[in-house]
Design a protein around this ligand. Structure first.
Ligand code: FES
Length: 159
């Protein structure tokens, strides 16, 4: 059973994620395509059982199936964008992991990266706080929707 982590602080316009995560019955396998050091990293991965890119068009922050990500892919003070699953996972402080929908609340573009200023949407240059998902710059006025995240050994389980 994964260890439960602190849930993100609910923000205005954002729904709090459920506090518990059931043991996944089928888990996605992660393949790291790109990850960089520092405060930003972008990670893409494929679902092992389906062989597809995982792009189901969903915009909900909670994936249909739990998604696994090695903790090493999420730098302290930064995060990783999981493009195929429309998720962004952050680590505002050491050991404190958060997950959000990667769909920008301004006009629905996928966020592109995690920068020093926060989760970045390149469509119109909105930034979101990596701890709360709240908008901090740009035209977005609503927080990113949070998703449950739990730690299972050296693996993060989102959903
Ligand atoms: S859609 Fe993200 S800033 Fe406009």
């Amino acid at each position: 059973m994964p260890e439960q982590l602190r849930a993100p602080t609910p923000a205005s316009g954002a729904e709090a994620a459920p506090a518990s995560a059931a043991a996944p019955t089928r888990r996605a396998v992660i393949r790291t395509v790109a990850a960089t050091g520092g405060a930003a990293a972008t990670v893409a991965f494929l679902a092992a059982c389906t062989g597809d890119a995982g792009d189901d068009g969903a915009t909900d922050a909670v994936p249909a199936e739990p998604v696994e990500l090695p903790v090493a892919e999420v730098p302290v003070g930064g995060g990783a964008v999981l493009t195929a699953h429309h998720l962004v996972v952050t680590q505002p402080t050491s050991g404190d992991y958060r997950a959000f929908s990667a769909i920008c609340t301004h006009q629905g573009c996928p966020v592109s990266s995690v920068e020093d200023r926060g989760v970045y949407c390149a469509c119109h240059s909105s930034y979101f706080d990596i701890a709360s998902g709240n908008p901090v710059a740009g035209p977005a006025t609503t927080a990113l929707t949070s998703a449950p995240v739990a730690l299972d050994g050296e693996t993060l389980v989102i959903g």
